[in-house]
Write a protein that binds this ligand. Sequence first.
Ligand SMILES: C[S@@+](CC[C@H](N)C(=O)[O-])C[C@H]1O[C@@H](n2cnc3c(N)ncnc32)[C@H](O)[C@@H]1O
Length: 329
Amino acid sequence: MSSAVNVTIHSSQFPEAVRRDLLASLRMRQVNHKFHYDSVKQTQKWLALHAAYSPSRTDDDCAATYDASFTASAQRIEANSVHLIGLGCGGGQKDARLLRLLQSAGKRVAYTPSDVSVAMVLVARAAALPIVGAADCHPLVCDLATADDLPAVLAQQAEPAAARLITFFGMIPNFEPQLILPKLAALLRPTDYLLFSANLAPGPDYTAGVQRILPLYDNALTRDWLMTFLLDLGVEPADGELRFTIEDDPAGSGLKRVAAYFHFQRLRQIAVAEESFAFRTGESIRLFFSYRHTPDRVHTLLAQQRLAVLEQWITRSGEEGVFLCQPSP
Ligand SMILES: C[S@@+](CC[C@H](N)C(=O)[O-])C[C@H]1O[C@@H](n2cnc3c(N)ncnc32)[C@H](O)[C@@H]1O
């Protein structure tokens, strides 16, 4: 087998687009999440923290919840051939498990691991290769937030007769729902299935639920991962302090999110692509946010995009939910 791999790189991740997005992040003091997964170093740090804190890896019931959703999805799909498209696939562990279940249900499978990070799509490809032949695996690097022609790009990747199952696992927390959901809905053909997972606020009290999950973010591994972005640009740890907070969705949806800000306690100047940025004492830059949903809020947000929830699976902890959806007729 050749040691070279074909990876399709969409223009949304070409160097000039990445440079534009990076400068916008620094100007706005709001870091686009994609810059936390850019380098091999960040990918390794994120994979380590995912293994340590993601309920899908640490909670057997959560893994079983995903499995139940995978089995049900495999049963629902009648076609013999399935094209699985993993949007923001990360390390691809969940997609690989789903591919295995589809295959054991007698389906022929093809896979598009898609992410902004080349390292992630290669890790996801490696996870899928024991199940999907190399010829049926089509790694795609693209930015879901800015790539406008994804329907056409994806249509080229698998046989037209295959049923399509699109996964969007752990993605919705890191995007403003009103920005990403219309794009996701626009990708779906009428007969496509969408398997979507969301981090939830556990328990009947939404605010208390969001407070309860704060330690999943405010910990050493997450701090180390998030700070990599700033340190690689020339910021020093002693320039300020990273603080986590819970804030309301600025768009007024009623959702809450955990957010991380680096607060500068002394002047730091950095230069990026011939532009210089001065962060003054008292200024802050938002590094990260993660929305927490509830099943009802997920239904409402999806319905606004004419996506109907066919079935759902919620973990016993109440911290994560998987939703199988299809465009409403
Ligand atoms: C929280 S991880 C989820 C990974 C995986 N789906 C899972 O559930 O384990 C978010 C993933 O989204 C990717 N990502 C971030 N911003 C993106 C964007 N704008 N377009 C596509 N992928 C993005 C990251 O590289 C990362 O792999």
